[in-house]
Design a protein around this ligand. Structure first.
Ligand code: C2E
Ligand code: CA
Ligand code: CA
Ligand code: CA
Length: 277
């Protein structure tokens, strides 16, 4: 038993060493990634549940690492938050998304572009200036920019968030609550937030139709949204059966692999041409 314990310990430290080395490499790489233009935005289409016409896109960041290839955001966003880089990264995402949205607008094919905000971006007190600068610099119509925040962000500092979000909303952008349904006490603060849209979390869409709990949760969210005058978009829609159920229960919009994967801007343009033809 003693020996097994020892080898487990050795294995553990080797694993820890590997993880911390990888983390160190990603950290120093991430610091340079923005300057070296290694970050790229992918765009995932969003459409009406009925008719499936394109209503907008969600911008999702990727890191094109010179050696490691495409790194998904779950691997480096938390890291960026830990090492104080999320401000710079978030600024880049916002500016790039606005630049792209303006390009589409000027091309005569305006498209709503949703951008994810991290908790720190919402709570750090520069959000108004950051958004305002990105809008001015790009010249994009503010109505084409949507900001996505998660329930968790808001709940941590409700009063401060409500104030900041009202100011940001006054710029003319729209606001969506991401991953809706997985937090707590969603109801009490919703009335006080200047929210336009709820995004039903993928975990509730997964069991549609058929899973009694998921059916009930989605129906409840839709009923509540209707009472509050909010739009609803379901995320993670992968099957035609899920879409049919959402359309039948009057969910307005959906997003997911069934419609299209996140893709680079030029691919999205081709996708759009193919789908509107
Ligand atoms: P999220 O905001 O909930 O984004 C949706 C995620 O679900 C995306 O993963 C998307 O590719 C994936 N997805 C979309 N449709 C489907 C589907 O039908 N099935 C399945 N299984 N997955 C689907 P992605 O791009 O890897 O992003 C992961 C998370 O990273 C995002 O979750 C968001 O929280 C964060 N993130 C992405 N870009 C940014 C950014 O620019 N800033 C910040 N702060 N966070 C970001
Ligand atoms: Ca999102
Ligand atoms: Ca989400
Ligand atoms: Ca999520």
């Amino acid at each position: 038993a003693k020996e097994a314990g020892r080898s487990t310990y050795r294995f553990y430290t080797a694993e820890q060493t590997r993880i911390s080395r990888e983390r160190f490499e990603l950290e120093s790489g991430l610091r340079r990634a923005i300057e070296r233009k290694e970050l790229q935005l992918y765009y995932q289409p969003q459409a009406n549940c009925r008719g499936s016409n394109l209503t907008g896109v969600e911008a999702l960041v990727r890191w094109l690492h010179p050696e490691r290839g495409l790194i998904p955001p779950d691997r480096f966003i938390p890291l960026a938050e830990d090492i104080g880089l999320i401000g710079a990264l978030g600024d880049w995402v916002l500016n790039e998304a606005c630049r792209q949205a303006r390009e589409w607008e000027l091309a005569g094919a305006p498209l709503r572009v949703a951008v994810n905000l991290s908790a720190q971006q919402v709570s750090q007190g520069q959000l108004f200036e950051t958004v305002s600068t990105a809008l001015t610099r790009s010249g994009v119509s503010p109505g084409l920019l949507e900001l996505e925040i998660t329930e968790g962000h808001v709940l941590k500092r409700v009063e401060q968030c409500i104030e900041v979000l009202h100011r940001v909303k006054s710029l003319g952008v729209t606001l969506a609550i991401d991953d809706f349904g997985i937090g707590y006490s969603s109801l009490s603060y919703l009335k006080r937030l200047p929210v336009d849209r709820l995004k039903i979390d993928r975990s509730f869409v997964e069991g549609l139709p058929g899973d009694a709990d998921d059916d009930a949760i989605v129906a409840t969210i839709l009923a509540m949204a209707q009472n509050l005058g909010l739009e609803v978009i379901a995320e993670g829609v992968e099957t035609a059966e899920q879409l049919a159920h959402l359309a039948a229960t009057h969910c307005q919009e959906y997003q997911g692999y069934l419609l299209g994967r996140p893709m680079p801007a030029n691919e999205l343009e081709r996708w759009r041409d193919a789908h509107s033809a």
